[in-house]
Ligand binder design. Structure first.
Ligand SMILES: NC(=O)c1ccc[n+]([C@@H]2O[C@H](COP(=O)([O-])OP(=O)(O)OC[C@H]3O[C@@H](n4cnc5c(N)ncnc54)[C@H](OP(=O)(O)O)[C@@H]3O)[C@@H](O)[C@H]2O)c1
Length: 239
């Protein structure tokens, strides 16, 4: 798909990796809808900056863990050409600390919300004759790491949603997952953790948000790609 003039929704688009994705599609002259939950101020500031550069940009706020808010979001935005399911929670959950509440919040935010967005918007795209859905997952799905059990299950579910929806929505709509390695550690990460994370990939470094944004552009623009996962992890899943 040619991104010029395409209407692109990026969930969790106001900060961190989502922000890099919004910047990348905006540089291709797409029209961007920046979704946010708690970071409305960041999102509006970003939209204003983009509009000052001539990019069409709007902001929409919703808690994607709540199905009624997902429905409201869909009713408000109308048609889109591209959905990037980027928003996510990443709760550290050692097994003895697992609760129903953590399970529900993680699965509802990282799997149910994105799956309903993809289904509802995907059906609209199919009716319109074209569309692309990108789901941001995690390389840990291939090689699980400790202490993030519900998160990893949610991302594994999103990879299956990618393949199942690719089958359901073809040939008009393509659905692709991008499995990220560490590209931006959590904001409270100490030096010790950053050292450990940098040692994990074969390439011996943490990636950058732009590495994920580049893969998003590739997946949107490559018309022979669907139902698959692109892993962008510096070789972490081979270790
Ligand atoms: N960072 C990495 O190194 C890394 C590694 C592997 C995979 N990934 C994946 O890449 C994506 C982006 O990573 P990130 O680190 O930038 O993510 P992040 O900072 O943890 O979260 C991205 C956004 O998700 C939104 N969000 C959280 N709960 C929400 C809810 N209930 N409703 C709506 N939005 C909600 C937040 O928006 P607000 O700020 O507006 O509340 C947040 O800014 C995620 O899918 C993540 O799993 C990242």
């Amino acid at each position: 798909m040619d991104l010029k003039g395409a209407r692109v929704l990026v969930t969790g688009g106001s900060r961190r990796v989502g922000r890099a994705i919004v910047e990348a599609v905006a540089q291709r002259q797409a029209e961007v809808i920046i979704h946010c939950h708690s970071s409305a101020e960041h999102a509006h500031e970003m939209a204003r900056a983009l509009r000052s550069r001539g990019v069409m940009a709007e902001v929409i706020q919703a808690d994607i863990a709540q199905l009624n808010e997902v429905d409201n979001l869909i009713n408000q935005i109308g048609n889109v050409d591209v959905l990037v399911n980027n928003a996510s929670v990443f709760p550290r959950t050692p097994l003895p600390e697992l609760t129903g509440a953590t399970w529900d919040t993680t699965l509802n935010t990282n799997l149910r919300g994105p799956a309903f967005l993809a289904t509802r918007l995907g059906l609209q795209m199919k009716e319109n004759g074209q569309g692309v859905i990108i789901n941001i997952t995690d390389c840990g799905v291939q090689r699980p790491y400790r202490n993030y059990f519900p998160y990893l299950v949610s991302k594994a579910g999103l990879e299956m949603a990618t393949r199942a929806l690719a089958v359901e929505l073809a040939p008009e709509v393509r659905v692709v997952a991008i499995a990220s390695g560490t590209v931006l550690p959590a904001e409270n990460s100490g030096e010790e953790l950053i050292k450990l994370l940098s040692a994990k990939p074969l390439l011996q470094k943490i990636g950058e948000p732009r590495n994920i944004a580049q893969a998003v552009l590739f997946a949107i623009e490559n018309d022979f790609l669907t139902g698959t996962t692109i892993t962008v992890d510096g070789g972490t899943s081979l270790r």
